[in-house]
Design a protein around this ligand. Structure first.
Ligand code: BES
Ligand code: MN
Ligand code: MN
Length: 563
């Protein structure tokens, strides 16, 4: 058996040396380690076959003469800086198709993108008018309409489009023609949006997209319709210009991201072949600051729960019964307060066990970013920031796990006084997790801890909602290099490297199941009011995002040719 050449790589955060892969190729859902890039598509029997993840062991599928190595790439971030090899068909030197576009073509296309601005903005306005709130079961038809809009858009541009029905909301999958010898990119995004309450705080209606001060205001403007549409537009305009794309682009745009992406997660193994790609590209996050675009190489995971506490069989007069019975609202408050101390340290045994410490080098790099706590606090309207002692704001947001109460309900909410002991109290909880932490393990530890904290005289129930692990992306890749130069050209500023605190539940799954690289390119801004009233997207960033996207396709192909 030939031996694959193992490259050595360092885990960027811990500095540990790790074995990485040499030349990888995707075939029948197996990751194939080849002795050289030239041999990637030769006879499969000569290669090591490795699988990176201990969650879905593929040992049964593999030929006998293979060696399996388990390593968890999501945690170790360990892909070696590889020569550019792809999972497409072998390079055919006689092939007339698939030559990367030349710079003249790209300049012409960028001109077209400028000319088409009004039309492309109107597209976004039309999509934003559709109230595709995925969590609202009375809005099924509207969510369907949100799906239909982007399906039509892609189909009219000539892409091959499939709508996949799920138990909840449909998923759109589309692709441009294959380009032999060139990489395959998968664009992921979501057409569903968050609820809009409190309605009275909106200056213009959440589904009446309105332009003010260079921004487009509407629910979904930045999260994520406006952002994913930048890639849809770049591809549609590229095809409309009559030029061939220099690589194959696939799209997957789903309708359940804001409720945890459960359907897609379930179906992903079955869709893996259809979605096979070298890199997934996602615009569903933000720039570091106004004027400072970024490439995001990490996201936090999430675990959400609902805690219900109950006491007497109905609300009681607080005069007649007060002092003689445990108040469920007080019990709930005590339990919740016991989960975090005054230093912001979460009080669940074992909660920090799997958290990777930040290296000094990493902390220094983040410290060098143009961060400013005072203006950060001012924008959100607080006198002072608060977080875990010993960490900077960016460290707290990007690399430390959290506990939050997202909602809390009990007793009298109406006008005036109503002196009762409420029968029930409940709270919606979320924990942000960092790479390596497991949502399932948290659920067990949380239950145990709540058992210790629950006062006598009440019953409590904890319901697990959804969970997703955090992720890290490798940035030493040709894709990241291509993104950097595409962004610099479109935004007139080179991007900085950041992590973000939000979660995109399916991304870690893409890394595991599709074994692909990952590019998170956020075009939003931190004051976009994501999930809040008056969500907006800066129109100039919509146009820049479209240009960066077009340049990205060109640049990935160019990197591939050079590699
Ligand atoms: N686009 C966000 C994720 C995000 C937010 C990334 C901020 C980077 C910075 C996404 O739509 C989102 O809101 N995700 C939810 C996931 C949850 C509902 C499972 C989140 O992070 O709360
Ligand atoms: Mn989003
Ligand atoms: Mn969101």
């Amino acid at each position: 058996m030939q031996s694959g050449r193992m490259l050595r790589s360092r885990n960027r955060e811990t500095g540990d040396r790790l074995a990485g892969r040499a030349h990888c190729h995707f075939h029948a859902r197996q990751l194939i380690l080849a002795p050289s890039p030239q041999q990637v598509s030769a006879e499969i029997g000569d290669f090591f076959v490795i699988r990176q993840c201990n969650l879905r062991p593929h040992a049964r599928r593999l030929p006998r003469r293979t060696e399996i190595q388990h390593f968890w790439r999501g945690c170790f971030n360990l892909i070696a800086p590889t020569p550019f090899t792809t999972r497409t068909e072998p390079v055919n030197s006689n092939s007339s198709t698939g030559s990367p576009s030349n710079v003249q073509d790209l300049d012409a296309l960028v001109q077209v993108l400028h000319q088409q601005r009004a039309t492309m903005l109107d597209d976004l306005v039309q999509w934003l008018k559709i109230p595709s709130i995925s969590s609202d079961s009375s809005k099924l038809a509207e969510v369907q309409a949100g799906c239909q809009w982007v399906t039509d858009k892609l189909r009219n541009a000539g892409l091959d489009v499939n709508v996949i029905q799920t138990q909840r909301h449909p998923i759109v999958i589309a692709h441009t023609p294959p380009v032999p010898g060139a990489p395959v990119v998968l664009v992921y995004g979501h057409y569903d949006v968050q609820p809009v309450e409190p309605l009275e705080d909106w200056i213009s209606g959440p589904f009446e997209p309105t332009e003010r001060d260079g921004n487009l205001y509407a629910r979904g403007a930045t999260d994520d319709k406006g952002q994913v549409l930048t890639h849809v537009q770049s591809v549609c305009q590229w095809l409309a210009s009559g030029q061939t794309l220099p690589l194959q682009i696939k799209f997957i745009i789903e309708g359940e991201e804001e409720v945890g992406s459960e359907s897609l997660e379930q179906m992903l193994p079955d869709l893996a072949e259809q979605l096979a790609c070298d890199c997934v590209v996602i615009s569903d996050s933000s720039q570091y600051a106004d004027g400072q675009p970024a490439i995001t190489y990490g996201l936090r995971g999430i675990a959400t729960f609902e805690l219900a506490v109950s006491g007497p069989n109905q609300d009681l007069h607080s005069g007649s019964f007060g002092g003689a019975v445990m108040n469920p609202a007080i019990a709930l408050c005590k339990m919740l307060a016991g989960l975090v101390d005054d230093q912001g340290v979460i009080q669940i045994p074992g909660y920090y066990d799997d958290v990777q410490p930040l290296s000094d080098q990493q902390r220094q790099q983040w410290n060098d970013l143009p961060n400013d706590d005072a203006s950060f606090a001012a924008v959100i309207g607080v006198d002072e920031l608060f977080g875990e002692t010993g960490y900077s704001t960016d460290e707290r947001r990007w690399a430390r796990p959290t506990f939050d109460i997202n909602g809390i309900t009990s007793g009298h909410q109406g006008e005036g006084v109503k002196t009762i002991i409420p029968a029930v109290a409940s709270a919606k909880l979320s924990f942000r997790l960092v790479p390596n932490q497991c949502p399932k393990a948290l659920s067990a530890a949380l239950r145990q801890r709540l058992g210790e904290l629950a006062p006598k005289g009440v019953r409590w129930e904890l319901e697990d909602d959804h969970g997703a692990p955090g992720m890290l992306a490798d940035i030493e890749t040709p894709f990241a290099r291509a993104a950097s130069s595409a962004i610099e050209a479109a935004f007139d500023t080179a991007p900085v490297l950041i992590r973000e605190g939000g979660s995109i539940p399916i991304v870690a799954r893409f890394q595991q199941v599709l074994d692909c690289d990952c590019l998170l390119l956020g075009w939003g801004l931190s004051d976009d009011n994501t999930h809040s009233p008056n969500e907006k997207f800066r129109i100039a960033d919509y146009y820049r995002g479209i240009e960066a996207s077009a340049r990205l396709w060109h640049q990935i192909a160019a990197e591939h040719q050079q590699g």
